[in-house]
Design a protein around this ligand. Structure first.
Ligand code: GP9
Ligand code: MN
Length: 672
């Protein structure tokens, strides 16, 4: 045993002595990434990002051993410089944007100007340049080693390939450890890349940047191939699917009115009208849905871009991108969007949000959609009450009203979007902000009032409390707007942006709870309500309400509706129009179809589950034919495909350019 220990000591001493340069490279690169996390997200103690950074450093470093020792310095130095640059750029970026740098954003001149400003403004901050110590240390180490004739000595050992292999194996072991610690949320967030802080906190800065580079490259590369086919598909599609301007009872009813859109985070429709112990979960929404136009079968069509996808689809009537997200990866394309269309009609357009403006790259994308101004987080709001991800909805709305008042005084018309936040998962600590209870109260045989826990302490319970809070905030907003006289000429539209992604098991308890035994019914109990794929999917619907104080429409529309139908439907009422809309005006269509990004679709008669090639009939007395299914399969496929082509190939802009050229050419011909 002693011998073994001695051997190990001698071996490791020999290893250290002959790997000084490599080890210096590993230490300084790891130190840099840790310092960066220390100054930004402050999770420098966490093991996961350290393992991830170490794995990248080792795997990259292993290749250095294929190079002759006397040239190895160049290799390790280059990588140290690259890693250092990543840290410096991200440190500068974080100071200014409270987020990490992305190639997709740096690739545009506009953003470079912003960052250049940031660089000059912060040039004196030592913490942004502390990372330069890494290459300096490496140079010093190199010079000492040179003097000591280290490289000559190491050359004689000739173990390059073995070292490379050993280091590679070590790197892979570290990587394996790291991967074993990953959760499903980690992987999904790495894919989406929208919550960049989270990705860096879990994956370290080097993996983040590598992943970002790959994700940023894709939208640049894919448009290089297949443009002609895409443009043809686009022209074919719109020549067959022209969207006529509608003419119906709702045409122009709100022409010239202001429009205030409320993006109600994760609010699902099933809570409208629901009570717990006789108390309404959503009294405000209940009232507005009764007084206004209430679309009770409205579905979000979001993909991995969740909130941002819904904003995109609602404002453009296009589908989300089939890979990546429009807001992060395809934000620099041209889109015809509601804010832009209303701006052309003289509206002042704005958006507001109580969270960091870089989330979902909104600061860039909102400009692209045509918003004149994005009021966000601490730049425009006092963060005086934080719940969950950021500013509480009540404080957000309270502070939004004076801005809206000023906007309304300074402009003839406005289009605004208020993006709510408090009802965002995981609803932690919501109990401190509401006393709404989700227990089940009853009087027992002895006349004593008993409280059975029901949903108390469950995720669904927390969610319902948060929805109640959000509804109260909405009520407060409507009151405040009314007090300021802002409801006279303003139409309020409320949409749930997507479902709350609550697990099936939570709903099982919701539907099958027996308060008298405080237990959940057995699956074979005749009263047991199952939550299968279809009932879960159908329950994901969200509210969509159009409400105006002076024009009580009092209509419930039960026809299925998708997020992409919002632009044409509101367009008909407010007099704006997009020729590229994929959805429909709800008052000009006989049978609507909601196409989901995964190819599933929904009509009033059927929910079709594309992957399984089966469907659920929604009206027992109305069977559907094979032709019916084929027809909607084809519609869905074409629609998803053309939408994605528009996004990836920037077709709205490109085909317009070609058309303009053609027109010019024809005009010139005529003149000749
Ligand atoms: C982020 C917020 C939530 O600011 O809008 O986004 P989500 O997670 O719902 O996509
Ligand atoms: Mn959302």
């Amino acid at each position: 045993m002693k011998n073994l220990l001695n051997k190990f000591k001698i071996n490791s001493r020999a290893y250290i002595k002959t790997n000084i340069l490599f080890m210096s490279y590993v230490i300084v690169s790891l130190l840099n990434s840790t310092i960066l996390r220390f100054f930004t997200v402050n999770n420098y103690f966490a093991i996961k990002p350290v393992l991830a950074d170490l794995a990248v450093i080792l795997l990259v470093g292993a290749l250095g051993y294929f190079i002759k020792p006397k040239n190895q310095f160049k290799y390790f130095f280059t990588w140290t410089v690259i890693f250092t640059a990543v840290c410096v750029v991200n440190s500068l970026y974080y100071t200014n944007y409270l987020s990490y740098a992305s190639f997709s954003l740096l690739a545009t001149s506009l953003q470079i100007v912003d960052v250049a400003d940031a660089v000059t403004e912060n040039i004196l901050e030592i913490k942004d340049f502390i990372y330069l110590i890494a290459p300096i240390i490496l140079i010093i180490v190199h010079n000492i080693l040179k003097k000591k004739q280290y490289y000559e000595a190491v050359s004689k050992i000739e173990v390059g390939k073995v070292r490379a292999l050993n280091t590679l194996v070590a790197g892979l072991i570290v990587l394996g450890f790291f991967i074993s610690m990953l959760t499903a949320v980690d992987i999904s967030r790495l894919n989406k890349q929208w919550n960049r802080e989270y990705v860096v906190m879990q994956f370290g800065i080097y993996t983040y940047q590598l992943n970002d580079a790959i994700a940023s490259l894709k939208p640049q590369i894919s448009p290089l191939f297949g443009y002609d086919d895409a443009a043809k598909e686009f022209r074919d599609y719109y020549s067959k699917n022209t969207r006529e301007k509608s003419n119906n009872d709702y045409t122009n009813i709100f022409k010239g009115k202001n429009l205030l859109m409320i993006h109600a985070e994760s609010i699902q429709q099933f809570l409208i009208g629901k009570t717990f112990n006789g108390v309404e979960v959503t009294p405000t929404l209940n009232k507005l849905s009764k007084e206004g136009l209430y679309f009770s079968n409205f579905y979000a069509q979001e993909s991995v871009g969740t909130s941002s996808d819904s904003e995109f689809t609602l404002n453009t009537s296009l589908m989300p991108a089939s890979s990546g997200t429009v807001f992060v990866s395809y934000w620099d394309r041209e889109y015809v969007a509601t804010p832009k269309l209303l701006k052309e009609k003289g509206y002042y357009t704005f958006s507001m949000h109580g969270n960091n403006s870089t989330f979902w790259n909104r600061s860039n994308m909102h400009k692209k959609l045509g918003y004149d101004r994005f009021y966000a987080y601490s730049d425009d709001f006092e963060i005086d009450e934080t719940i969950g991800l950021g500013l509480s909805d009540k404080s957000f709305f309270r502070q939004a009203v004076p801005y809206i008042k000023q906007i309304s005084e300074e402009n003839k018309n406005f289009y605004g979007t208020l993006i709510m936040l408090t009802n965002h998962t995981p609803w932690a600590g919501i109990e401190e902000h509401t006393d709404f209870s989700v227990d089940y109260k009853y009087t027992n045989d002895n006349g004593v009032e008993v409280s059975a826990p029901y949903l108390e302490g469950t995720t669904l319970g927390k969610y319902i409390k948060a929805v109640h809070y959000a509804d109260e905030a909405l009520g407060q907003l409507i009151n405040d707007l009314d007090k300021e006289g802002l409801l006279e000429d303003t139409v309020i539209v409320i949409y749930g942006d997507h479902d709350a992604k609550i697990k099936k098991s939570e709903y099982i308890r919701y539907y099958n709870y027996d308060p008298y035994t405080d237990s959940v019914l057995d699956e074979d109990d005749p009263k047991y309500v199952d939550v299968d794929f279809y009932s879960y999917e159908l329950n994901r619907k969200v509210p969509f309400i159009v409400w105006s104080k002076n024009n009580k429409l009092r209509t419930e529309v039960t026809e299925v509706m998708g997020m992409y139908d919002v632009l044409p439907t509101l367009g008909n009422m407010f007099d704006f129009y997009s020729p590229y809309a994929l959805g429909h005006d709800m008052f000009s269509i006989n049978e609507n179809v909601v196409v989901f990004p995964d190819g599933n679709w929904l009509t009033n008669k059927m929910y079709y589950y594309n992957q399984k090639e089966e469907g659920l009939l929604l009206k027992a007395d109305e069977p559907v034919s094979v032709e019916y299914i084929n027809k909607y399969n084809e519609i869905s496929e074409n629609l998803i495909s053309v939408s994605d082509k528009i996004i990836v190939y920037d077709l709205i802009k490109k085909t317009k350019e070609t058309d303009d050229l053609l027109e010019q050419y024809q005009n010139n011909k005529k003149k000749e």
